[in-house]
Design a protein around this ligand. Structure first.
Ligand code: NAP
Ligand code: MG
Length: 476
């Protein structure tokens, strides 16, 4: 097993550039493919947060006074150090959330250094200061940033915060997800090895209700950058209001893939299924509602059935596996409950369905599922499932297609398939932070974030750096 190749356990937080031991209890990290404990990390306290915030505050003046060019070099170094350790990252993520090893290598491990490098490349053109009439407008760091992240892309979720925040001269205290903290030490060591000074980047492991809330409420933290569920995002907004902190929220989604008349149905099916099922559907921007012309419903369903056969479910350590388990037994129960709900509410099961997979009863394996004939107002069409479940909905005319796509409290991502100009017109009408036309490539420089209850900030690219700056106008 891959999980025995590395010792992933850590005995302390990472504060002021080194391991900070604690006498606390530990949290066991469980591989959802096997149910076995693969490592443990400390279960932090509010006092651990105090120490980390002290270190971040002490490091702030020095780091903030370095030049953007120096900080950009540090972010490029960070990318290089992480690339050197990418196999360790892949094994850790595969063990903690059950990600298939191939996806772990090409997604979980490869994307974070690409993001760090892209951020390094922004420094030269960034408007650190500009003249506006008689004003000199300067962008300064916000200060100490508290980062709180989910388990679905453990290293990627922190990198979209760490690289822009540090480039802008901030320091950071990070709480990784309790379920998936095993790349945090690798990242902290990579930061040290990249020449990022002690105290600039600190890690405190622990629970959201303890360590997370201590960060959000801390008077020494100037901004909270959160990625996770909408429910927790709301709670964080309330807690942060006590100290009028800036809050960046990247929350849940229920994104639509709109298929127009004239679309390449084969392409639409292939890309939409991949979006809905990759990483066992545990992707915030996944296109989980496929909205198709009523008179093409049978054709689409037929193609989805065939495309689904390509998705081998199984042991994440096997290089041919395309779908592993979901991240935990708790997640299995939640997702399976939604599949049962879809059946009970009268949706047609095209592929999958509730229950365990024969031969894979001992891990958190969900049957990847496609539903057709889904009512746009039903629970499975409205709530974020966060598992490998795609719903097919039909429309009679284009107005209806747009209104079904926008019939959501969320607005994170989406897709349109069709003749390019036509698809662009529809993309402009979607109330969502991203739309991909005809399966276009992901762009690490394009702002990513939510309309409506999917959040209030943007990550990636220049806008992702702006989020971590204060603006000062000096009149002369
Ligand atoms: P979650 O339950 O909201 O947890 C996210 C993080 O918040 C975890 O580190 C969690 O700690 C912490 N937390 C929980 N309660 C807290 C509190 N009261 N105060 C401060 N921190 C608290 O989300 P999840 O289940 O890990 O991740 C799935 C969700 O994230 C989905 O809704 C998904 O859509 C969303 N997501 C959004 C994006 C985006 O970019 N928009 C990207 C990925 C995921 P624990 O680990 O102890 O629970
Ligand atoms: Mg786990």
């Amino acid at each position: 097993m891959t999980e025995t190749k590395l010792n992933l356990s850590v005995t302390g937080h990472w504060i002021d550039g080194r391991e900070a031991r604690t006498g606390n209890s530990v949290t066991d990290i469980v591989n959802p493919a096997t149910g076995t404990t693969v490592a443990s990390v400390p279960d932090g306290t509010a006092q651990d947060v105090d120490r980390a915030v002290d270190a971040a505050r002490a490091a702030l003046p020095g780091w903030a006074s370095t030049s953007p060019a120096d900080r950009a070099r540090a972010m490029q170094n960070l990318a290089d150090r992480l690339t050197e350790r990418s196999e360790e990252v892949a094994i850790a993520v595969s063990a903690e959330i059950g990600a298939p090893i191939t996806l772990a290598r090409f997604g979980h491990a490869a994307l974070p250094p690409a993001v760090a490098a892209s951020v390094a490349g922004l420094a030269a053109e960034f408007p650190w200061s500009e003249e506006i009439a008689n004003s000199l407008v300067v962008r300064e760091p916000v200060g100490v940033v508290g980062a709180i992240t989910p388990w679905n892309f453990p290293l990627q979720q922190i990198m979209t915060k760490m690289a822009p925040a540090l480039l802008a001269g901030n320091t950071m205290v990070w709480k990784p997800a309790e379920l998936a903290p095993l790349t945090a030490r690798i990242l902290a060591e990579a930061a040290r090895d990249a020449g990022i000074p002690a105290g600039v980047f600190n890690v405190v492991y622990g629970r959201g209700s303890v360590v997370g809330e201590a960060i959000v409420g801390h008077p020494g933290v100037d901004m909270v950058s959160f990625t996770g569920s909408t429910a927790v995002g709301k709670r964080i907004s309330v807690l942060a209001s006590e100290t009028v902190k800036r809050v960046g929220l990247e929350l849940g989604g229920k994104s639509a893939s709109v298929v127009l008349d004239g679309a390449d149905l084969g392409l639409a099916v292939e890309r939409t299924l991949a979006s809905a099922w990759t990483n066992s559907g545990q992707v915030c921007g996944a296109w989980t509602r496929m909205i198709v012309p009523a008179d093409r419903r049978d054709e689409v369903v037929d193609l989805l059935g065939k495309a689904a056969e390509q998705y081998t479910v199984g042991d994440p350590a096997d290089e041919t596996t395309r779908i592993g388990p979901v991240a935990s037994e708790a997640q299995w129960n939640r997702v399976n409950g939604y599949i049962e709900r879809g059946v009970a509410d009268g949706a047609t099961v095209v592929v999958g369905g509730p229950g365990r997979i024969p031969g894979l009863e001992h891990g958190a394996y969900i049957r990847p599922t496609v539903f057709a004939d889904v009512d746009p107002d039903s629970v499975i069409a409205q709530e974020e499932i966060f598992g490998p479940v795609l719903s097919v909905l039909t429309y009679e005319n284009e107005e209806e297609a747009v209104s079904i796509a926008n019939n959501s409290i969320y607005g994170l991502a989406g897709a349109v398939f069709g003749e390019p100009e036509h698809a662009l017109r529809i993309a402009k009408r979607m109330q969502t932070g991203q739309v991909d036309v005809n399966g276009a490539q992901f762009n690490v420089l394009a702002p990513f974030g939510g309309y409506k209850q999917s959040g209030n900030g943007r990550e990636f690219g220049r806008l992702g750096v702006e989020e971590f700056t204060e603006v000062k106008s000096i009149q002369r």
